[in-house]
Design a protein around this ligand. Structure first.
Ligand SMILES: C[S@@+](CC[C@H](N)C(=O)[O-])C[C@H]1O[C@@H](n2cnc3c(N)ncnc32)[C@H](O)[C@@H]1O
Length: 213
C-alpha cells in the first residue's frame, strides 16, 4: 500500500473505533446504512419485547437505539452506551424527546466497565464493537454482570475472513474467530448459540448468550 492509502485506511479504522469530528458525522450515517441488517438481526436474536430494559453498547450512528425504542415501547427503557463522546452527543440531540420522557438513557462508557447496574437488563446487543477491545473476557464478564437471569446478550461481528480482506481492518482491528467469541461468553457463565446472517460482502455472525436454566 502507498503511504497515502495506508494513512487513509488508518484514518478510516480510527474513525470506526471512535467516530469523531466532522468525518465522524459521515461515518455515523454510513454505519447506520451498512450495519442495519446486522443490528436488526441482533435485536431479533435478543428477543426484545415491549416493556423490557435493554441496551445497545457501542451504538455508533444510533440506528439500534431507534429500533430498540420501537421494540420496547413506552413502558420499556433503552440504555445507549458509547465510548465516543461525539456519538453520545449526536444521540442526545437526535433522541432528545425520548431522553426527556425517560425512555432512553445515553451513557458515556466502555464495554470493559459498563456504567450499568448488576442484573439490570433483559437484553443487550453490541454489534461491530469488540474489534476495538483487547480484553474480551472482561467484556463478556461485564455483559453477564448486567444481565437479568432470563436475559439475553448478543455480540455481533463481521465474518473474520471477509473482514480480513478489507484494507481498513489492517490497523487497529482485533479480528477473532467466532469460536473465540463464543468461548469468552461461555467462560463468563453463559450458554451460547451462534447464528449467521449471510450478506455480501461481509456476512454477520451473532453470538447469543443466556444463563443456562
Ligand atoms: C464500527 S462502530 C459500530 C457501531 C454500531 N454498533 C454499528 O454496528 O453500526 C463501533 C462503535 O463502537 C464504539 N466503541 C469502540 N470501542 C468501544 C468500547 N470499548 N466500549 C463501547 N463502545 C465502543 C465506537 O465509538 C463506535 O461507535
Amino acid at each position: 500500500m502507498t503511504s497515502l492509502v495506508s494513512r487513509a485506511m488508518a484514518t478510516v479504522s480510527a474513525q470506526l473505533g471512535n467516530p469523531h469530528g466532522l468525518l465522524g458525522k459521515g461515518v455515523a450515517r454510513m454505519l447506520n446504512r451498512t450495519n442495519r441488517f446486522a443490528i436488526d438481526a441482533a435485536i431479533d436474536s435478543a428477543e426484545v419485547r415491549p416493556g423490557q430494559a435493554v441496551a445497545d453498547i457501542g451504538f455508533g450512528g444510533g440506528v439500534g437505539l431507534s429500533v430498540l425504542l420501537r421494540r420496547v415501547g413506552p413502558d420499556g427503557t433503552v440504555h445507549g452506551v458509547e465510548i465516543s463522546p461525539d456519538m453520545a452527543a449526536r444521540a442526545r440531540s437526535r433522541f432528545a424527546r425520548e431522553i426527556g420522557t425517560g425512555q432512553l438513557r445515553v451513557l458515556e462508557g466502555g464495554l470493559t466497565e459498563l456504567p450499568l447496574a448488576d442484573a439490570s437488563l433483559d437484553a443487550a446487543i453490541t454489534v461491530n464493537t469488540v474489534y476495538f477491545v483487547d480484553e474480551l473476557d472482561r467484556v463478556c464478564a461485564e455483559l453477564a454482570r448486567v444481565l437479568r437471569p432470563a436475559g439475553r446478550v448478543v455480540i455481533g461481528i463481521g465474518d473474520p475472513e471477509a473482514m480480513a480482506r478489507m484494507p481498513f481492518t489492517a490497523n487497529g482491528f482485533r479480528l477473532r474467530p467466532v469460536a473465540g467469541v463464543s468461548a469468552a461468553l461461555e467462560r463468563a457463565g453463559l450458554a451460547v448459540e451462534h447464528r449467521v446472517v449471510d450478506r455480501r460482502p461481509i456476512p454477520a455472525h451473532l453470538v447469543i448468550g443466556r444463563f443456562a436454566r
